[in-house]
Design a protein around this ligand. Sequence first.
Ligand SMILES: Nc1ncnc2c1ncn2[C@@H]1O[C@H](COP(=O)(O)OP(=O)(O)OP(=O)(O)O)[C@@H](O)[C@H]1O
Ligand SMILES: [Mg+2]
Length: 241
Amino acid sequence: MTDKMITTEHLTKQFGNLKAIDSISIEIKKGEIFGFLGPNGAGKTTTINILTGQMKATDGIAKILGIDVNKHPVKVRENIGIVPEQENPPSFLTPVEYLEFISKIRHLKENKKDIDFWFDFLEFNEHKNTLCKDLSRGTKQKLMIAQAFIHNPQLVFIDEPLINLDPMIQKKIKTYIINYAKKGNSIFISTHVLEIAQELCDKICIINRGKIIACDSLKNLTKESKGNLETAFISLVEKNK
Ligand SMILES: Nc1ncnc2c1ncn2[C@@H]1O[C@H](COP(=O)(O)OP(=O)(O)OP(=O)(O)O)[C@@H](O)[C@H]1O
Ligand SMILES: [Mg+2]
């Protein structure tokens, strides 16, 4: 059994004349919290869409949990969790119905306990039977986090995880993510909130204009900036303009 949860080789996505991602080769290991950072439009969401089987690459290979995602996107999606960048939960379902639906298609047997856990943990019990269209932005975000983790996948992709959430819930989720990775699971996080990346990530890759401009442990990446990720990030992006 390989300890590589994600490997990509020369992954490329072209939209017309634009190379949104350009020959990306990355590796994420079991138990790692991987931070994927970069300016607006750098190619983060495009990369996540390809790695999660929602979009085909133009070129290159991506293996997720050892599975070629280009050939078997459904199999990959069954075995991962995704917190998408923008999507809302279905407007016509309640949170309970949505989590029951996700549990069912992810083959979770005893789902009631897991569903109750997420309402308690993220503190939105009072909204479990509200139609999703009437939830606040933050409550929708809580639900999207719950649906990504509910089936205990070995690998979870999170595109901007904690925006809209209050500081208490943010703290809880950060602790949850750290403990989840300690159990041998891996997390792929894309965020603009560098404090979150600094707090959580073992390894960080920075993408700019579709190209990886740095990829290292948090410690090595911030060596020259005395441990400050924001300084390191800005300096690397400026250098590679
Ligand atoms: N479906 C599409 N068709 C055409 N161009 C696209 C499409 N999706 C993304 N792009 C372009 O690809 C580039 C990368 O976009 P992407 O959404 O991956 O950036 P990002 O790093 O996630 O940015 P942000 O930080 O703003 O979320 C951008 O120039 C974007 O306009
Ligand atoms: Mg994005």
